[in-house]
Design a protein around this ligand. Structure first.
Ligand SMILES: Cc1ncc(COP(=O)(O)O)c(C=O)c1O
Length: 295
């Protein structure tokens, strides 16, 4: 099934080869943009409301006027998914500050540009979830909230790219990044959970990380299942000694980390608490697909 791209400049979804933006677009030049990645299940968006709220918070943090209301973005995303012909879509919503003079000053920008990419969703197979991934706690740190605030989801992902380069260069699948203080913050494109001494724990937002939509859902589902969860400061030693570690994100869901820094985590497979949450999360996505959940 084809990938489709909506551009507000075109006003409709087009084929990728026809999706052209200006080389003066500030998203291209400076990463001066905000974005969200989400999925559909059975043709319905998963948590679009929360993704749009975060998109607006990120834009506010950059002083970027989005210029499209939520209904317009939902409609354009719906149209793009429909044009792709997929019921389970990977959806990326991007708003750039637009094109303008070749100058940093955002006052020189023109109108914002909305881009939506919809393509076939590829989720890990059951065997891939069972196997889990190898993660590495990398040297590349999150930046301070006084720099490019890591709680904003902007188009500037070079920090995560550098982290991922280090991890994959060392034959790991994914990177876990620390805060400037050395506390566990998050993955390159995911949040981190650990089960330590039987307790489910995730780095608190004060650590300086993206408030993941899936992270929030996992905390809600854990409460439903009666699994006590804590948002806390987690040091690398705690993560390395944990019985279970997993990463959460909108596209991958809950992915077990079965090797951390080259050492097997727990018994090397999906741990029991991760499994309960993974299965509950799958049921939550299935409910949305069936029209019973929050879309
Ligand atoms: C840096 C970072 N942290 C966490 C996440 C997970 O967020 P969500 O659960 O909203 O997909 C992402 C997702 O892209 C991310 O890029």
């Amino acid at each position: 099934m084809p990938t489709k791209v909506y551009l507000s400049s075109a006003g409709r979804p087009v084929d990728p080869e026809d999706a052209k933006i200006s080389v003066f677009d500030r998203g291209f030049l400076y990463g001066d943009s905000v974005y969200e990645t989400l999925r559909t299940a059975g043709g319905r968006f998963v948590e679009m409301g929360r993704h749009l709220a975060r998109l607006r918070r990120s834009a506010e943090g950059l002083g970027l006027e989005i210029g499209f209301d939520d209904e317009a973005i939902r409609a354009a995303a719906g149209e793009t998914c429909a044009a792709s012909g997929e019921v389970d879509c990977y959806v990326r919503v991007i708003v750039t500050r637009g094109a303008g003079e070749l100058a940093l000053d955002p006052r020189q920008a023109g109108a914002p540009l909305l881009v939506i990419i919809a393509k076939a969703l590829r989720v890990p197979s059951a065997a891939e979830y069972e196997r889990g991934i190898a993660a590495m706690i990398v040297d590349v740190r999150k930046v301070s909230r006084r720099s490019l605030d890591p709680t904003l989801k902007t188009g500037n992902y070079l920090n995560s790219i550098q982290a991922l380069r280090q991890a994959t260069g060392a034959a790991a699948d994914d990177a876990i990044m620390l805060s400037l203080d050395g506390a566990v913050a998050e993955g390159a494109t995911s949040n981190v959970f650990v089960v330590a001494q039987g307790r489910l724990r995730t780095p608190c937002l004060q650590t300086g990380l993206l408030s993941g939509i899936t992270r929030t859902t996992v905390l809600e589902l854990a409460a439903e299942l009666g699994i006590a969860a804590e948002e806390a400061t987690i040091w690398p030693e705690e993560a390395r000694a944990a019985e279970e570690v997993f990463l959460s994100s909108s596209v991958r869901g809950l992915m077990p980390v079965t090797r951390l820094d080259g050492v097997v985590v727990g018994d090397g497979g999906m741990g029991p608490i991760t499994r309960r949450l993974h299965e509950r999360y799958a049921a939550y996505v299935a409910a949305i697909a069936a029209g019973r959940g929050r879309a």
